[in-house]
Design a protein around this ligand. Structure first.
Ligand SMILES: NC(=O)C1=CN([C@@H]2O[C@H](COP(=O)(O)OP(=O)(O)OC[C@H]3O[C@@H](n4cnc5c(N)ncnc54)[C@H](OP(=O)(O)O)[C@@H]3O)[C@@H](O)[C@H]2O)[C@@H](O)CC1
Ligand SMILES: Nc1ncnc2c1ncn2[C@@H]1O[C@H](COP(=O)(O)OP(=O)(O)O)[C@@H](O)[C@H]1O
Ligand SMILES: [K+]
Length: 506
């Protein structure tokens, strides 16, 4: 078994999740991509930087001899090019704030006008930074008052970016909303005005933009709800920012390996599902594991069931002692406990049997709740897959955004946290973080979490690497949902896992 894990690690060395970009979501933005704005192979394209990290990255550029205004020209040019390609010659109103985000707006206005776009500019007041004052002087056209500015076919929001310190005042937020609603196309420069860049929350009402043009790198607001829900599409414009110090990255499609030519079911990974009294959840998890690449899946439940696929081995384990005995099998490559476990004393004993068995472990659902705020009782390297409620029960209040909370939780438990939701943060105790977002909202249906837990267990059995397994599982789950279309139920989702696996298998 040691050999098998080693060879698999070699195949997955470097976790290419980190090397691919993939900053755009939902529909493709091929014109901008072909213009070189979103590099699929650039690490920086997938980095998620906080405002402070972004400022440090900008400072590094300034320290290398680039003047702040030159960087603003680069940023404005990149954004103007995206708008030009998306909108062409449509009458456009650019809204400029007092800081450098507003400065970007003046550059955008000037460059669009130079391309023949009928552009007007409206500002909140004076420009306060050196660079934004330069950009304003270079605009040389009239500057209207936002309160009086007439609507336009295209609206560009360059009011506030990563420097937003508090919510917009009510009148400005309302005017922004009216202008965006009246426009056919709307663009938010860097971040939509009103979102908290790091927290991912809304500091004042924010309209929904058609396109958000992130400058230099993604920020937490681009991937965390509710801020990430304030635009339909996202593109990251390359402005030469280095993101070597980034701590969080976008989850990108995994590279999966075919089974070795000499594989057999046990070398491919034996997964044991420790199920409980709520049969459906354990069956979903076991069935999903069997479709996600595991060589063999066993379902350890108190009662026999006729609802498992024939390929899943049913083991009747009426009590925790029987679970302990079944888990004394050296061939087991991963154990999943939690889906359908229940919360009785007997469930607690079954959890304990799973936790002490010494195998690579995934804990979900009731298994998490039964831990009773003691995540440190889990073996090092365990994967847990909490939704918001389970996360709070296990870890209590942790400050920061979802990425920060996942990071701290992983540190406390010494394993991998898959902090689920429309935005899912996957954090490892060693500090690695990947964020998945933009998935099908149809996933918000009962039992999909059990399916994800089963996929996690399968990928853990296959790879032997908890962080890699969690990343693969979240992506496969999201891809299966995309393929499943609308109004699927968790049972249907499972049938799409093999196609998701096939799509990423070399
Ligand atoms: N560094 C660079 O050269 C580059 C930076 N780039 C761009 O700069 C952006 C960051 O620029 P930034 O730091 O100037 O902050 P920004 O978001 O424009 O706002 C700050 C201003 O708003 C004010 N203010 C805040 N909240 C407010 C509120 N609710 N209501 C009213 N006012 C409020 C605040 O004043 P305060 O009253 O808080 O003192 C301050 O005057 C970044 O997102 C990117 O677009 C790119 O061009 C690349 C080159
Ligand atoms: N609005 C949404 N958009 C995308 N994914 C979602 C959304 N809501 C939930 N999900 C995903 O669906 C799954 C739900 O899991 P969970 O809450 O544990 O459900 P259950 O307990 O019913 O199985 C998670 O993987 C989560 O990330
Ligand atoms: K903005």
């Amino acid at each position: 078994m040691g050999c098998r894990r080693r060879s698999l690690r070699r195949r997955h060395r470097g976790c290419r999740q980190w090397a691919d970009g993939g900053c755009c979501r939902r529909r493709s933005l091929s014109p901008a991509r072909s213009a070189g704005y979103q590099g699929n192979s650039a690490l920086s394209g997938a980095a998620i930087l906080t405002a402070e990290e972004m400022r440090a990255a900008e400072q590094a550029i300034f320290d290398s001899g680039v003047a702040p205004y030159a960087l603003m020209e680069t940023a404005g040019a990149a954004a103007a090019d995206v708008i030009w390609r998306a909108g062409g010659v449509r009458d456009t109103l650019v809204l400029c704030g007092p800081g450098n985000n507003g400065g970007d707006g003046f550059v955008i206005a000037r460059l669009l006008k130079a391309r023949g776009v009928p552009v007007r500019v409206a500002a909140t007041g004076e420009s306060k930074t050196d660079s934004s004052q330069k950009a304003r002087r270079a605009w040389a056209g009239p500057v209207e008052n936002i309160a009086d500015a007439a609507p336009a076919t295209q609206i560009v929001d360059a009011l506030f970016g990563i420097g937003l310190a508090r919510g917009l005042d009510g009148a400005l937020a309302q005017r922004l909303g009216e202008l965006v609603d009246a426009a056919e196309r709307s663009y938010a420069i860097d971040v939509p005005s009103g979102v908290d860049t790091d927290g991912g929350v809304l500091l004042s009402p924010v309209p929904r933009f058609d396109l958000c043009i992130a400058l230099g790198a993604l920020k937490p607001a681009h991937v965390l709800q509710p801020a990430a829900g304030t635009f339909a599409r996202l593109i990251c414009a390359d402005i030469g920012i280095g993101a070597n110090d980034a701590k969080a990255f976008l989850l990108t499609p995994p590279d999966l390996a075919e089974p070795a030519p000499d594989a057999h079911k046990y070398t491919r990974g034996l997964v044991d599902i420790v199920a409980g009294t709520m049969a459906g959840a354990g069956i979903l998890a076991a069935t999903a594991a069997a479709h996600a690449g595991a060589g063999c899946v066993r379902h350890l439940a108190p009662e026999p069931t006729s609802r498992l696929p024939n390929a899943v081995i049913m083991v009747t384990a009426p009590d925790a002692g029987a679970v302990t005995k079944a888990l004394q099998d050296e061939r087991i490559a991963s154990v999943l406990v939690g889906p359908g476990l229940g919360r009785s004393d007997e469930a607690r004993k079954r959890l304990s049997a799973a936790v002490t068995a010494g195998h690579p472990l995934v804990v979900d659902a009731d298994g998490i709740t039964l831990l009773e705020a003691a995540p440190d009782m889990l073996p090092v390297g365990t994967i847990i897959t909490p939704h918001e409620g389970e996360f709070s029960r296990l870890f209590g209040e942790i400050t920061g955004n979802k990425i920060d909370r996942a990071r701290e939780a992983a540190r406390r438990m010494g394993g991998v946290v898959v902090y689920k939701g429309p935005d899912t943060a996957i954090a490892s105790a060693d500090g690695r973080i990947a964020v998945w977002h933009g998935g099908s909202p149809w996933l918000s249906t009962a039992g999909t979490g059990d399916v994800l837990a089963g996929i996690c267990a399968a990928r853990l059995a296959v790879t032997g690497d908890p962080f890699l397994a969690a990343c693969e599982a979240v992506w496969l789950h999201g891809e299966a949902a995309r393929r499943a279309g609308a109004a699927f139920i968790a049972d249907d989702l499972i049938a799409h896992i093999p196609a998701a696996v096939a799509a990423r298998t070399q």
